[in-house]
Design a protein around this ligand. Structure first.
Ligand code: LHQ
Length: 259
């Protein structure tokens, strides 16, 4: 049996590929285990300075595997969120390294919201996003009810969640759900270029940018100004800050080491 998740490091980027193309990369236990192992490595390995997530085959991910359980088999969906999906989303957001997502095809249900949990999302022009949950009688999960209103506004979030309509990659970009929609044949090159550039960036700083931006929604301006002060103070004696300023003054490109 082939591995449900493929991973490998190149130029400081851990590439993580969802690899169940025959099931449109639907999430099963093996895929969760593979993702957990990949993020273990992303957290622990100092050589990894950015993560790039994508899907094998024609889809990004069709969400939870709806064929795994026998019809009528009792199921605790809350437990599967608590044990697997929610820890995955939390650790992606908490990882102090950038996570880029290359959405290569349809992203439905938990697959769509797993993509939105990444820090920067690129999508192929032919890709699409579907909050498919309502079609099987569920609410959006994997953070969708939190990400969507923040990214696209309450009305658009409500429309996507209540209708389960397909949103094209172009509209996803226009609505602010994703960073960029790119031509299909350029997706992986663009995503690799972005992830590699981030992997050469001031890693500690990028981690703190995530922290500041993601906590902004929970705080008022005064609290956010205080947080920015504290984060900036902690970066003031970093090697990358010194290098950045030196490079500016010497009119050359900086060489960041991530320290
Ligand atoms: C699939 C799936 C799939 C298995 C396509 N599973 N095989 C739920 C429960 C647990 C806890 C956590 O939270 C969740 C959250 C969720 O994610 S709920 C939402 C689950 N996802 C969906 O409802 C989406 C279901 N899939 C679709 O609507 C379509 O497949 C899409 C729109 C994604 C793609 O459509 P097509 O391009 O027309 O492909 P297809 O439908 O023909 O699918 C191709 C194959 O993949 C097919 O198998 P087959 O053997 O007939 O070729 C599908 O059965 C299989 N597949 N999604 N989620």
């Amino acid at each position: 049996m082939s591995e449900a998740v493929l991973s490998g490091v190149e130029s400081g980027v851990l590439r993580v590929t969802l690899n169940r193309p025959e099931r449109l990369n639907a999430f099963n236990l093996a895929m969760h285990a593979g993702l957990a192992a990949a993020f273990d490595q992303a957290e622990a390995d100092a050589a990894v300075r950015a993560v790039l997530v994508t899907g094998a085959g024609r889809a990004f991910s069709a969400g939870a595997d709806l064929q795994e359980r026998k019809p009528g088999e009792p199921v605790d969906l809350g437990e599967s969120l608590e044990q697997r999906y929610n820890p995955l989303v939390k650790r992606m957001r908490a990882l102090e390294k950038p996570v880029v997502c290359a959405v290569n095809g349809v992203a439905a249900g938990a697959g769509a919201n797993f993509a939105l949990a990444c820090d920067l999302v690129l999508a192929a022009r032919s890709a699409s996003f579907i909050q498919a949950f309502v079609k099987i009688g569920l609410v959006p999960d994997c953070g969708g009810t939190w990400f969507l209103p923040g990214l696209a506004g309450v009305q658009r979030a409500m429309g996507l969640a209540m209708t389960g309509e397909r949103l094209s990659a172009e509209d996803a970009e226009r609505w602010g759900l994703i960073w960029k929609c790119v031509p299909d044949d350029q997706l992986m090159a663009e995503a690799a270029k972005l992830a590699t550039a981030l992997a050469q960036g001031p890693t500690r700083t990028l981690g703190l940018i995530k922290k500041a931006i993601y906590s902004g929604t929970e705080r008022n301006l005064q609290q956010q100004l205080d947080l920015e002060r504290d984060l900036q103070r902690s970066l003031g004696d970093s090697a990358d800050y010194r290098e950045g300023v030196a490079a500016f003054r010497e009119k050359r490109a900086p060489k960041f080491t991530g320290r």
